[in-house]
Ligand binder design. Structure first.
Ligand code: SAH
Length: 480
């Protein structure tokens, strides 16, 4: 760290065009000061903020590397990153924050394309095959996954291509073809075909082994992730007797690490692939006291609160947008002794802390952790606990009548109905439309979606094709 204090950070030659590293050229110690200050400004008034935990070596920390493939004016294959705010590709062969082995593999792939007559994809003409390459490397296992994102499922001589690639890089343990034929800016499509190996890699963190597939979320900086998780688990002060919730659990990392120190753990996560990995991770680690649910965390909390489930500790690790009002509301009603909030956005964290404070939860301590050197992102672990007086007050105030009970009486949740409708008819329907059709079918609806707020307020009416699709979902779930 001392060394970093004086060292002027080198400047990447494509820094301006790429725009990925906001703190290019700023010495690392200064970056840390800057980030800590931002957290202090936002959180000091809530409780104790500890000094930021930085990295000893802040370079090449990213174990997930993405390269977009294109061609230059002469038709030669290029690979790199999108120029900030555009779809123009800036050629990049090595990046100071990316895993070096991953960068080498990307250059090798580019070099192999010509002899295999593989054309890179052109977004304007929609001609060509290879769109992106994604590489993930298990930090402690060394396993490497290469994901070749192609515009079509037809990939001529793919086996020989993989053979040639593995000849140069025998360290690659699995190769997956992901088919993305959509004209959107999403990198990955929904279909994966395993071309070599098991189709996923494993990594070890805090004594647990995790399975990571092409699609699932996994923190990109393993060194700091281990520190982050350790802080979170330590803060919870588990003794083996607690009932724990891991909300926004991804592939189950925090919950699985906590499970050996708790009585029972429940994980909830919206992404289906991640939940699938989480369940496999529980088996892989022979963890029996954990259950995962694929659901919106807020809706899940509503059910837990309605059933007055016991919860001692809640870990919550929401996306950048923070948590939801309904989640925080039910959290306070369930009244766990401790809440450990892991945040990747201090602004939404401060907003949620303000809400929780009104509900009787006080931030005790906060630990900012630098997961993204050179980039303008800050991760923070926060411990909150409940004041005694408020706890009584909230327990008395809580009544089932306050809640939208329709979710529990009618078979399927709004999210399940929406998912079903989208999957079977391609239509997006709102909560309002679902509640309108529920009413038409004589199914009880909670007061939230029941009546217009005032007599003369006009609500959009559910169009017939959506009504038909919603009715089909009701039938499927046995509601009518
Ligand atoms: N705790 C995990 C994942 C954190 S990232 C880890 O450390 O790896 C945030 C996660 O929240 C993502 O996996 C995302 O899919 C999930 N998520 C986003 N919105 C959600 C919602 N409304 N309900 C439940 N999970 C959600």
């Amino acid at each position: 760290m001392e060394k970093n204090k004086t060292k002027k950070a080198s400047v990447c030659p494509v820094a301006k065009k790429c725009g990925g590293c906001e703190f290019q050229g700023m010495p690392y110690a200064e970056q840390l000061r800057h980030k800590e200050k931002r957290v202090r400004i936002l959180l000091d008034s809530f409780g104790k903020v500890h000094p930021i935990i930085g990295m000893k070596d802040p370079y090449h920390y990213r174990n997930k590397v993405h390269a977009v493939f294109d061609r230059d004016r002469r038709g030669n294959a290029i690979s790199g990153v999108y120029q900030k705010g555009t779809h123009k590709v800036v050629p990049v062969d090595s990046c100071m924050i990316e895993d070096q082995k991953a960068d080498e593999i990307i250059v090798t792939i580019r070099g192999l394309l010509k002899s295999f007559k593989i054309k890179t994809y052109d977004e304007d003409t929609q001609y060509g095959l290879l769109r992106h390459v994604l590489i993930r490397r298990g930090f402690s296992t060394g396993e490497i996954m290469v994901v070749l994102v192609t515009a079509s499922p037809i990939f001529p001589s793919k086996n020989n291509f993989v053979k040639a690639l593995r000849k140069v890089h025998p360290e690659i343990t699995t190769v997956v073809q992901n088919i993305n034929d959509r004209g959107t800016s999403m990198v990955l499509g929904t279909r994966d075909v395993v071309l070599y190996g098991k189709g996923f890699i494993e990594d070890k963190l805090c004594g647990c082994t995790f399975r990571i597939s092409a699609q699932s979320f996994y923190q990109v900086n393993p060194v700091q992730t281990e520190i982050l998780y350790q802080k979170a688990i330590e803060a919870a002060g588990l003794t083996g007797k607690e009932t724990v919730l891991d909300a926004y659990c991804g592939i189950g990392t925090i919950g699985l690490i906590a499970a050996s120190k708790a009585k029972q753990v429940t994980g909830v996560e919206l992404n289906k692939e991640a939940v699938r990995d989480a369940i496999k991770n529980a088996k892989r680690n022979q963890t029996k006291n954990i259950t995962f649910y694929c659901e919106d965390a807020g809706e899940f909390m509503l059910k837990m609160a309605a059933e007055d489930q016991q919860l001692d500790v809640v870990f919550m690790d929401p996306p950048r947008s923070g948590s939801s009002e309904v989640f925080l509301d039910c959290l306070a009603k369930l009244a766990p002794k401790k809440v450990v909030y892991v945040s990747c956005n201090p602004e939404t964290l401060a907003r949620d802390l303000r809400i929780l404070k009104k509900k009787g939860y006080q931030m005790q301590e906060a630990w900012p952790v630098d997961m993204f050197p050179f980039c303008d992102h800050i991760e923070t672990v926060v411990l909150l606990s409940k004041g005694e007086v408020d706890s009584k007050k909230i327990r008395v105030e809580f009544s089932l009548e306050d809640m939208d009970m329709s979710e529990f009486q009618d078979g399927a949740t709004y999210t399940q109905i929406k998912d079903y409708v989208l999957e079977h008819s391609g239509l997006k329907v709102s909560n309002l439309y679902i509640s309108q059709i529920k009413r038409k079918c004589g199914i009880g609806v909670g007061k939230n979606y029941n009546l217009p707020k005032s007599e003369d307020s006009r609500q959009p009416q559910c169009p017939p094709e959506k009504e038909k699709a919603i009715r089909e979902a009701f039938k499927y779930f046995g509601m009518i």
